[in-house]
Design a protein around this ligand. Structure first.
Ligand SMILES: CC(C)(COP(=O)(O)OP(=O)(O)OC[C@H]1O[C@@H](n2cnc3c(N)ncnc32)[C@H](O)[C@@H]1OP(=O)(O)O)[C@@H](O)C(=O)NCCC(=O)NCCS
Length: 453
């Protein structure tokens, strides 16, 4: 991955396209404090957030130092505030098998309501795919405000998230006793390093998670603005094993309406082991004077229902969360592990061109894949491989024809090929191919992304 991802120029095709609309498309310098402040104001406005305080602007300015920040400006307005924003950065994405693939995260996509539906978002999104390729990413990732925005650029939901609502009065723990103990974190600053390590371990063991940044851990520990209301309402508890080693922590709050029992809410429970995860769940579910526990951004195959005597205590709502776009099928497919052995030819359709082509996926008994491009496509790295690599099997028996978005939906194990085929999104090119694809891409842990970005 290019370490200089903030330095390469604004995508020329996008700059020209927006130029024809009388707009300037710019990369902001990390040193241009004023421009970054104006950019943050535009982003808050774009997401319908309140105006940011000077402290928020300062904090965000620090975070933006590690991102490629781009804005679209309307010179006709004589205004420093851009009419559109986007920020992006290189990130690892955890994939099945405990490894990670080079990804490109895209966030903060906003277009001012005064400038909507002129193709500004489309121009920026296409530029981000070009930026990702320039940076050497195999995939691009994002989270979306609306599910109708990003399919048109080849993204698909690749990891869903569950909101669990648990009726506290019906909770009876049926799981094992944890050998360690849960205790409150009273020195959040002192816990920062350990929390960062736990988070990294959680990310590594969960396909679909992206690399975390330090400010994120500070926020959940209440260190970002300790005197602010959200931080004061937040409690942090950790799980230590019997040797006193921390393996998980949760950041939660309890809201109360008048004299009634509280509603406990959390969206950040990081666990490096199943034991820590179960123990923290139990701690949260057994709080007195709480009627409901609401957990967001949880896995869709949470073991929780097997830890309770009454599974109907849990109401689950599932939605799309991580959106993934495959740019380099060779690098992406070789990064993950499979339930091998087996082979498949993938005929990929990609209206934007990046990944279109025929690819042979050959998986060893150990689940390691070798991928060869079978046609000479536009993508330079893949083309080079195709020109030099011999085709391992001239006539593989199994194959799929599918769009690049369908491959993204399958990639982390979220959607089975056979399910997508039932929806007309995947077609098998030979009998039995769907069953082979289902087996190869199967994972023992559902993909999950447990943050917004
Ligand atoms: C979503 C948003 C970025 C779109 O910006 P825009 O410049 O109006 O979008 P464009 O004109 O480039 O539209 C591109 C395509 O997306 C479609 N589109 C745009 N907004 C859409 C929406 N809210 N729902 C469904 N489709 C939408 C357009 O119809 C167009 O389709 P087509 O080119 O395939 O025919 C803008 O409305 C916005 O800032 N919304 C609020 C913040 C937000 O939700 N941002 C997304 C963060 S994940």
């Amino acid at each position: 991955m290019s370490s200089d991802f903030r330095a390469f120029p604004a995508d020329p095709a996008t700059a020209a396209r927006l130029g024809r609309l009388g707009l300037d498309y710019r990369v902001l310098s990390p040193d241009d404090h004023e421009a970054l402040t104006a950019w943050s104001q535009a982003e808050h406005r774009g997401f319908h957030h309140p105006r940011p305080t000077p402290e928020t602007l300062e904090r965000e300015g620090a975070l933006l130092q590690d991102r490629r920040v781009q804005g679209v400006y309307d010179p006709g307005l004589g205004d420093a505030i851009p009419v559109a924003t986007v920020a992006s950065w290189p990130t690892g994405l955890s994939v099945p098998g405990g490894r990670s693939v080079d990804g490109w995260a895209v966030a903060a996509v906003t277009v001012a309501p005064t400038h909507r539906r002129r193709g500004i978002a489309r121009a920026m999104m296409q530029a981000e795919l070009a930026n990702a390729v320039t940076a050497g990413a195999a995939v691009a990732v994002l989270t979306a405000t609306e599910a109708t925005l990003y399919g048109r650029y080849g993204y698909a939901p690749a990891a869903r998230a569950a909101t669990l609502e648990i009726d506290r009065r019906r909770v009876e723990w049926a799981g094992a006793e944890a050998p360690g103990r849960v205790r409150f974190v009273t020195d959040a600053a002192g816990f920062r390093r350990t929390a960062g390590q736990i988070v990294r371990r959680q990310v590594a063991r969960t396909p679909g998670e992206i690399d975390r940044w330090p400010a994120l851990v500070d926020r959940v520990l209440g260190l970002e603005d300790p005197a602010g209301e959200p931080a004061r309402a937040t409690r942090v508890a950790r799980y230590d094993d019997e040797r006193g080693q921390a393996h998980g922590f949760v950041s939660y709050r309890i809201a109360r309406d008048g004299m009634g029992a509280g509603v406990l809410e959390f969206d950040f429970l990081a666990a490096a082991s199943d034991e820590a995860e179960a123990a923290l769940w139990r701690f949260l579910l057994e709080q007195d004077f709480v009627s409901t526990v609401r957990a967001r951004l949880r896995s869709i195959d949470e073991p929780l229902r097997w830890l309770l005597a009454d599974q109907r205590a849990i109401t689950t709502t599932i939605g799309d969360h991580l959106w993934l776009r495959i740019l380099d099928p060779v690098a992406a497919l070789e990064a993950r592990r499979y339930e091998g052995p087996g082979s498949l030819v993938l005929e990929l359709d990609d209206p934007l061109g990046h990944a279109a082509g025929r690819y042979a996926l050959e998986v060893s008994a150990r689940g390691v894949a070798e991928v060869q491009r079978l046609d000479g496509g536009a993508d330079a790295s893949s083309t080079t491989r195709a020109a030099t690599a011999p085709t391992r099997r001239s006539k593989p028996a199994h194959g799929l024809r599918l769009g690049v978005d369908a491959l993204a939906a399958m990639y982390l194990g979220d959607a089975r090929a056979s399910l997508l085929a039932r929806a007309g999104r995947v077609e098998e090119t030979g009998p039995g191919s769907l069953a082979v694809a289902d087996r190869l891409f199967a994972t023992n842990r559902a993909p999950r992304l447990s943050i917004w970005f």
